[in-house]
Design a protein around this ligand. Structure first.
Ligand code: K2U
Ligand code: ZN
Length: 159
C-alpha cells in the first residue's frame, strides 16, 4: 500500500516547532514502526538523502540519514539508512565546511551552508539502544540538516 506522506513546505508552522522527544513507552509501539517506514518511503520517493519527522507533520525527534552519491556530492558514501530517535550532537569540530544543500520542504532552492566537518552524535535506535557515532563529510552535513529540522530551523536560515 502506498505509505508516501505529504511533505510540509516552508511557511507551514509545523516546521518551526521544537519537536518533542520520543518517549520510552513509544519505543515498542507499532505506531513508531509505521511512522519510520512511511518516512523512509517518502524520503526515497523524493530522492532525499535524509528526512525529519516534522517534515511529514509529526513533531517528534525522529530523523533518517541516508547518504548516497549524487550529482552534488559524487564521492558521498552509500550508507545503509540510519533511523535516529532523540539525536543529540555531543561534539562538533571547530572546522567547518561549506557545502550546497537542498531541502524537501524548500523546493527549487539550493544554497551553500557552513557545517561542522566532524560531529559525534548520541541517539536511540528503534530497539531503544543508545548509540554514540561519529560522522564526517556529507553524512555529517545531513545529520546537522535533519537535527536543525527538529529544532525548527531550515537551511535557508543559515545562508
Ligand atoms: O531534510 C531534507 O529536506 C532532505 C534533504 C537533505 C539534505 C541534507 C543536506 C544536504 C543536502 C540535502 C534532501 O535530501 S534535498 C535533496 C538533495 C539530495 C542530495 C544533495 C542535495 C539535495
Ligand atoms: Zn530539509
Amino acid at each position: 500500500m502506498n505509505n508516501i506522506l505529504a511533505v510540509a513546505q516552508q511557511g507551514e508552522p509545523i516546521l518551526n516547532l521544537i519537536a518533542a522527544p520520543v518517549m520510552e513507552v513509544e519505543l515498542k509501539s507499532e505506531w513508531l514502526n509505521h511512522l519510520t517506514e512511511a518516512m523512509m518511503a517518502t524520503m526515497l520517493a523524493r530522492q532525499g538523502v535524509g528526512i525529519a519527522a516534522p517534515q511529514v507533520y509529526v513533531s517528534k525527534r525522529i530523523i533518517i540519514v541516508a547518504s548516497r552519491a549524487n550529482p552534488r556530492y559524487p564521492d558521498a558514501p552509500n550508507m545503509q539508512p540510519i533511523i535516529m530517535l532523540n539525536p543529540k550532537i555531543i561534539e562538533a569540530s571547530q572546522a567547518k565546511v561549506i557545502g550546497q544543500e537542498g531541502c524537501l520542504s524548500v523546493p527549487e532552492q539550493r544554497g551553500d551552508v557552513a557545517r561542522a566537518e566532524q560531529i559525534k552524535v548520541r541517539y536511540l535506535n528503534l530497539q531503544g539502544h543508545e548509540i554514540v557515532q561519529e560522522f564526517s563529510g556529507f553524512p555529517a552535513r545531513i545529520v546537522q540538516h535533519e537535527i536543525d529540522h527538529l529544532d525548527g530551523i531550515l537551511f535557508v536560515e543559515r545562508l
